[in-house]
Design a binder for this molecule. Structure first.
Ligand code: UPG
Length: 318
């Protein structure tokens, strides 16, 4: 199962996008909360031969901001040592990836999705980088076998290690772990298909329906993504266009739209994470004509493991 070998540390790869943070106080505060809560709850420790490797996709202006936040965490720790590189004492490893460079590899892979699941050519989610997860298996080297990708607007109440343990629950054929969307957004965007296919589960709420996915917490089994003939065949432009047409679907939420559409034809590619591991707090769709059904989508029983303050929703204390 694991990357463990006696001579080597076990590496737990976590990736986050942290771009255009320059004048975005909101994003900076979100990242701080997410990072601090993840570190506070994490039991992944270098002295146990384990290392948390944080990959940040950051443009040159955002990078020093991230370094500042990560540095604050260090000052809280044992860091009183002088004359020694502080990086040697990091309780985790940090790597930066330039979005412009990643985009060069990504663009040819994700261009068909960008056409269908972006708000427009110049739109914010139109950037290829918002489809990074879709082509991550081709962007990262073969040594990187699994990655957990996280939005910045999260708060951990549990150990990030448990997310990695969930890879072991994947059934054969599963390549990505992802939680369901907790608002009727896909009930809305698939209205035409639903209208033409009475009784379909597409866009219906849990437990029996297929509400679609939310990409705030993503378990990417890069090895399986690389090996899956099915997954890679579905990256093809014609396939994406045909599926979009079949479902009369045009989205604007990037990777999560693509994964949702795929799941309606090929659910076996996805391992569905418990709702408590991506507890979405946005309620924007409640009063857009969906009062009656909203709670069917939004209910999530059990202790919250990760809060997701999507659409700028404040995250409760504690
Ligand atoms: N991000 C940046 N810089 C920005 C804006 C976004 O780095 O200027 C990153 C960041 O990691 C952020 C993520 O992109 O957390 C998603 O953007 P966000 O504004 O948080 O989107 P939301 O509207 O909160 O989230 C919805 C979904 C979420 C999904 C996202 C894009 O709830 O799960 O990932 O849309 O599909």
């Amino acid at each position: 199962d694991s990357e463990k070998d006696d001579s080597q540390e076990v590496e737990y790869h976590v990736l986050q996008m942290f771009t255009k943070a320059g004048n975005n106080r909101g994003l900076i505060d979100k990242f701080k909360l997410c990072f601090n809560s993840m570190m506070q709850k994490s039991t992944i420790r270098p002295d146990r031969g384990e290392i948390l490797h944080l990959h940040l996709v950051s443009d040159p202006d955002s990078r020093p901001i991230a370094e500042g936040i990560v540095g604050t965490w260090l000052q809280k720790g044992l860091l009183k040592v002088r004359y020694v590189s502080i990086m040697a004492f990091l309780p985790f490893q940090l790597s930066f990836h330039d979005p412009a460079e990643l985009t060069e590899t990504l663009y040819p892979i994700v261009q068909p999705m960008q056409e269908k699941f972006s708000a427009g050519a110049k739109s914010y989610y139109g950037d290829s980088i918002f489809f990074l997860s879709v082509g991550m298996h081709q962007v990262f080297p073969a040594e990187t076998k699994r990655i957990v990708q996280l939005d910045c607007d999260l708060k951990f109440r549990s150990d990030v290690r448990e997310l990695f343990e969930m890879f072991d629950r994947f059934e054969s054929g599963n390549v990505i772990g992802i939680a369901q969307e907790q608002q009727p957004v896909y009930r809305h965007t698939f209205w035409q298909y639903r209208n033409e296919h009475k009784g379909t589960k597409v866009g219906d709420p849990p437990p029996d329906g297929q509400p679609g996915f939310n990409s705030g917490v993503l378990l990417l089994d890069l090895d399986r993504m690389r090996e899956s003939g099915l997954y890679n065949s579905l990256l093809d432009g014609n396939v994406v266009r045909n599926m979009s047409e079949e479902f009369h679907f045009k989205g604007h939420l990037g990777d999560q739209d693509y994964f949702t559409l795929l799941s309606y034809r090929y659910p076996q590619l996805f391992h569905v994470l418990p709702c408590t591991w991506n507890r979405q707090l946005c309620t924007w769709w409640r009063d857009k004509g969906y009062q009656e059904v909203f709670d069917f989508y939004n209910d999530c029983a059990g202790e919250v493991n990760i809060y997701h303050g999507n659409c700028n929703t404040p995250i409760p204390d504690g």
